[in-house]
Ligand binder design. Structure first.
Ligand code: ACM
Length: 510
């Protein structure tokens, strides 16, 4: 029934029905009782008053720190005809227990408005559930196409309902800077808006002639962070440097390598050559941006990007050449590692951990988490270099690659027969196993798995939902470590899609 499937589940006899009399007993976890109300009171119309003692007809949410078998996020959930009992070693596990309970209810429990005439019945069951990985992620690129802040709440809901605990928010791109920075207002005044966008596939270099843009204020993002945190989801922000920065350079030409000829905010997709220069003042600028970012996002992890950085400008610019000599670097190819080193040390000085894309393997700062994306074997390369790894190989975990190459699919990066971009059908995602087979002796670990949604071809929430669902369910099962059973998953997805229907979230039909 559950998506992702739990570690173990034993059906019981009978069922328990939630009614106006169903009270919640949560002596050590009042915030989890509050979460249960936040999720279930609207669709059910039930108030779930507090109960001072457990007993018949109640939902008990119990913390048992001695239940070490469950780890930080596992839980036990028992439903009998008499009531519901959930327990966990701490609040994190109880949050997932509440999400599991929600899935045990009829699909209408996911509705965003009250649904009358439903029997809120939960089948008797005994579940023990412990995730395999501590990082279970979904990434959203809001740089290519800005999405309404309201939809970022939907994305958070999708993460939480799949017991994914990381929402990586990719906030900056060549085509748009989406994070308000009070010290540098032009980043959003200028950098958040572009003159036009590609029309059709990037390959054809056609344009739509229509301005596009938008950004998120710090206050909006703080509210989102709090909403996600209540659901056990950490929003890991990404400011991508020193490449994918054309919008920033458009806003502040002095950050770039040719201040006399600044670029406009990107209107084409693909990788821009316009990157940050290696001046001390530019490092200082990015550190100031990161200070505001860390103030808004309490995440222990800060993603610094570092992917796809063309060397053209550093190779051609006399100023860059002089700077490379001054820094004692052995050429343009070493600037990336230097750059990330300078910003990572700033992030770690504030007690956070840096995350970088796998281009940094070989020049990443010690202690940085590497997000392996270019191929499966990048996971191994990063482990061997001593880094903890989040596995997100594009071959298996890219949600922007099409689910099939059928002519009926909407436009995607792989359209027009362009090779190398999937497809990544549900079954392929579901079969992915990030473990390279042997643990390196240096102690580095795969800490998690993540599905990434790049949005060149997902301009709207509706399209993004089509790309995400139901494949995000497969990502979640891989990340949670459920026993693989594709037929079983497909059966459960039939019910799962009804949950999405109730929530008003779109999907690609099974
Ligand atoms: C990436 O897909 N450029 C990380």
């Amino acid at each position: 029934m559950l998506v992702p499937a739990p570690t173990s589940s034993t059906p019981g006899e009978g069922a328990f029905t939630l009614t106006g009399g169903t009270a919640v007993h949560a002596p050590d976890a009042p915030e989890i009782a509050e979460l249960l109300r936040e999720l279930l009171s609207v669709p059910t119309g039930l108030a779930f008053p507090a109960a001072s003692a457990p007993g018949d007809g109640t939902i008990a949410l119990l913390v048992d720190p001695d239940d070490t078998e469950l780890g930080a996020e596992g839980y036990r959930l028992t439903v009998t005809t008499a009531g519901v009992t959930a327990s966990a070693a701490g609040l994190a596990g109880l949050r997932w227990a509440v999400q599991a309970l929600r899935q045990l209810l009829p699909p209408e429990a996911f509705a965003r408005t009250r649904v009358d005439g439903v029997a809120w019945t939960v089948p008797a069951v005994s579940i023990t559930d412990v995730p395999r990985y501590p990082w279970r992620g979904a990434m959203l690129d809001v740089g290519r196409w800005h999405k309404p802040i309201e939809w970022l709440y939907t994305f958070t809901d999708l993460a939480a309902m799949h017991r994914l605990n990381v929402f990586q928010l990719h906030l900056t791109e060549d085509q748009g800077w989406r994070f308000e920075v009070k010290r540098y207002p032009r980043l959003t005044e200028v950098g958040a808006f572009r003159r036009e966008s590609p029309r059709g596939h990037e390959f054809f270099k056609d344009t739509d002639g229509t301005p596009h843009g938008g950004f998120y204020t710090q206050d909006q993002l703080r509210d989102l962070v709090a909403y996600a945190a209540r659901r056990g989801v950490t929003i890991v922000p990404e400011i991508d440097v020193p490449g994918h920065t054309q919008a920033a350079v458009a806003a502040y030409p002095e950050l770039g390598n040719d201040p006399e000829n600044p670029p406009e905010v990107g209107v084409r997709f693909g990788v821009s050559r316009r990157v940050l220069n290696a001046e001390e003042s530019t490092v200082e600028f990015v550190r100031n941006v990161l200070d505001e970012l860390m103030d808004v996002f309490p995440s222990p992890y800060i993603h610094l990007g570092g992917d796809e950085v063309p060397l053209d400008e550093w190779s051609a610019s006399p100023a860059a050449q002089a700077r490379i000599a001054e820094l004692g670097l052995d050429g343009p190819g070493s600037v990336l590692g230097w750059w990330i080193g300078r910003v990572a040390e700033h992030v770690t000085s504030k007690g956070r951990l840096a995350v970088v894309w796998d281009e940094l393997v070989g020049q990443a700062p010690a202690g940085a988490v590497v997000m392996a994306w270019r191929a499966r074997d990048r996971v191994v390369a990063a482990l061997e270099a001593g880094h903890d790894v989040v596995a997100t190989p594009n071959s298996d975990m890219y949600l922007n690659y099409p689910a099939s190459l059928d002519p009926g699919e909407p436009l995607s990066i792989a359209s027009h027969g362009l090779p190398g971009f999937g497809p990544t059908p549900l079954s392929k995602m579901y079969a992915y196993d990030p473990e390279p087979g042997s643990e390196p002796e240096n102690g580095a670990r795969v800490i998690g798995v993540q599905g990434n949604l790049w949005t060149e071809y997902a301009p709207t929430p509706e399209r993004a939902e089509y790309d995400l669902m139901p494949r995000l369910a497969a990502v979640a099962e891989v990340a949670w470590g459920s026993a693989r059973d594709e037929e079983g998953l497909r059966e459960r997805l039939v019910t799962h899609l009804r949950r999405l229907d109730a929530a008003g979230i779109g999907y690609r039909p099974l």
